[in-house]
Structures are given as structure tokens and as C-alpha cells.
Design a protein around this ligand. Sequence first.
Ligand code: SAH
Ligand code: SF4
Ligand code: F3S
Length: 444
Amino acid sequence: MRAMTEAKKLYVKTYGCQMNVYDSERMAETLGAQGYVQVDTPEAADMILLNTCHIREKAAEKLYSDLGRLRPLHDAKPELKIGVAGCVAQAEGGEIMRRMPIVDLVVGPQTYHRLPAMMEAVERGETALDTEFPEEDKFAHLPKGRGTNRGPAAFLTVQEGCDKFCSFCVVPYTRGAEVSRPAERLLREARDLVERGVREITLLGQNVNAYHGPGPQGGEWGLARLVRELAEIDGLDRIRYTTSHPNDMEDDLIAAHGDCAKLMPYLHLPVQSGSDRILKAMNRKHTAECYLRLIERIRAARPDLVLSGDFIVGFPGETAADFEATLDLVRSVGYGSAYSFKYSPRPGTPAAEREQVDAAEADERLQRLQALVTDQQRATQQGMVGRRLQVLFEKSGRMAGQITGKSDYLHAVHVDGPESLLGDIAAVEIVGSNTNSLAGRLLA
Ligand code: SAH
Ligand code: SF4
Ligand code: F3S
């Protein structure tokens, strides 16, 4: 029996999107209230929680390879508890325990508020499974955060789930229908973060610009209203949001990019393909032309905006000409960065049933797209050299005497400077550009 005074040790591993990062922090806080302290290695843990991603096959398979690797640890320490949370938990449920009997707990992304009761069952030696989509807000009942080693930049989930049903995507199935959290609660959480030293908040949602939460005095707030109200919080200097859908980019949000100084000039706006035929097959409900006009309007509001996007190559039915249309779109937009993925058939989604593109062909397209995007990324970064930028310093750099932060445009910037600047925003002159970061010099 464990002595009552000895803290239980929790190891959390997070896969997938930023929402999982946010969820992992909340789960660690919830379990903190139950006496768990976080540790850095699975070997040191009494409880291991894997917060999983199901977006592509490779992402989902990581869970099973990691569980396989944990087996010897579990054999050596049979009292070790293992839990699986997140989107694979939602998609596969009890199947995970059948395939991997070392798993004691499976919890879907919408039931994290039930984790304390589930953990009690697990501690009694039972197994626990919950993958429902309950009505209540999963974060409404959580204990107030206690700052799990947080830096000056934080995430805040404002909206979850998706009603769009792009034909390739698991998110509507794993995260459920679109739900927006009440504005009041978000303002409170944001103020609480700022009191603990946070200067930058990234609002998160699978479809964040579809946010339409109940306002404090009744009525509904859209994302633009929420951003503007958050901008009133003293001490909060930067606001970002991700991920947006082109069809939810409303006029007031575009306007906010022009007149809300705290809204940072960086936008992740996935388009997936430049071919209208493929966009239709993807059920995206916008054309390439709509997307390009939209970008023009956002850039008219904020000319220095840096754009990023997501692309899928080798979607079922994609021809060489469709792929060329994607390259054309990328050339017309000029991205600061972009993520591109080879299409991965996901069980239960409509596109998985269709005839697949030859894998070698898809690989070749992916390489060509990535080369083009890398060129654009380099050019964008090179364009920052010589400029004076504001940088929020988040952590010490890899070299001694170095600190690292993010510019308004979300580029990582390294400078030689004192650790006393961590948590602060300072002016920096950019003196060089590397593959994934910028080198700067602190200005007095
Ligand atoms: N909600 C966001 C992104 C969700 S997933 C949006 O609508 O844009 C993040 C990215 O993963 C997607 O933008 C897409 O490019 C990629 N993705 C999703 N499903 C995929 C699949 N089955 N195969 C390959 N890439 C996929
Ligand atoms: Fe998935 Fe995004 Fe499409 Fe929703 S809008 S189905 S999250 S890709
Ligand atoms: Fe992955 Fe789920 Fe996020 S599938 S990308 S963890 S919403």
C-alpha cells in the first residue's frame, strides 16, 4: 500500500492538434486536484495518459506502437495504470482494451469532466470506458487552473467539434457536433490566464471562426466580438485564433484584422486543394476562386498578414491537372508556411470508399508541393531580415545566453539576451533567417 503522503505520479503524452494540448493541460489539472503530480518520463509514473489523434492513419498507429513499447514497463510494474484519451479513444472505444489489455481507461474528448470518477474506479482495480457526447460543457466543472508550468503564451479552447463533414475528415465523428463555450466563461478564463503572466492567447477550435457562443447579457457573440472584448483585457497583448474555415470568415472578423491591434497578423486558413472538382468531392463548399477573393479581402484589411494553410494531395480522383491547380493556387497566394499531407483514408468517412490515387504518384506530388511551399516560407522569412519586430520571449534558447520567442507573425526568433526578458515583449532587429527560425538582435 502506498503511503497517504506520497504523491501519485502522472505522465501525459499528447499527440495531434493544439486542442489536445489544451485538453491535456486541463486533464493534468483535474487529476492534480486528485493528488497526481506530473512527471517527465513514463518510467517514473504510476499513471500514464496518452492523449491521441486519429486524423491520419500514421497518427492513429502511433498509439499502438507506443502501447507496445509500454508493455515491458507494465510487466515490470503491474500496478502501473494506463489510460487512452482523445480522438482514437473516441473512434475505437473498447476495442483499444481488447487489442491492448494493459489499458485500464478509455475516455473520449467530450467526457474529461468525468475523469475523476473514472480514475477512482481504475485505482480500485476496475477498468473505465466513456465515449459519450454529453450535453454539459466538459470544462465547466474543472478546478481552476494552477499554472502547470505555463509560459507567457497560452491556448484557450472556445469552440469544439465540427458540422462540416469534409469527406476525408474524422473530426466530426471524433469531436462531435459544433459547440461554442459561453463568452463569459472564456473572458473569465482569459483574465485568469493574464493574472498568471500570460501575454498571448490563441483561441482554439476545430472551426474556430464558426464560434457563436452565448453572450453574457443574452444574445450570441461571434468570434470577432469575442476577440474585441478580449482585446480590452489589460495585460493581454496578443490574440490569435486557429483553425478557421474559409466559409466562416465573416465581414466583422475580416474588419478586426484591420482595426484590432492586438489581433496578430498571422492567419492559418486551410483550403486543401486548388481544384474546384476536388474541392467539390471533398465537400468543402467553396471554390478556389472564392478562397482567393477572400484572401484579397483579408489582405486589404491587413496588408502585412502572413498566411498559412493545409493541403491534401492524392485525394481520390485527383488528376495531374487537379494537382497543377493546387500548385497554381499556392503560387497566387504566397504562403508564409503551409502543411501538406498525403491523403490518408479514414474508416467511416465517405472518401475512404473511393478509388485511391497511386501511392507513388501521390508521394511525388507531395514532394513537389512541399518544395514550392518551402521556397515561399524561405522568401517570407528572408523578407523579415532588416525589419524591427516585436518578440514575446517564451523560453531559453538551445545555446547558452540565448532566449527564444515569437514575432507577431509567429516566426520563432532567437536572440542573445538575459533570461529576465522571458515573459516580456521586446523590440528586435532581425539579422538572419534559418530554415525554421529567425536570428535577431535586441534593440535597446
Ligand atoms: N479543422 C481544420 C483542420 C482539421 S485537421 C480545418 O477544417 O481546416 C488538420 C488538417 O489535416 C486538415 O486541414 C487536412 O489538411 C488534414 N487532414 C484531415 N484529414 C485528413 C486525411 N484523411 N488525410 C490527410 N490529411 C488530412
Ligand atoms: Fe475536418 Fe475541418 Fe472539414 Fe471540419 S472543416 S470536417 S474539422 S477538415
Ligand atoms: Fe487529431 Fe482529434 Fe485534433 S483527430 S487533429 S486530435 S481533433
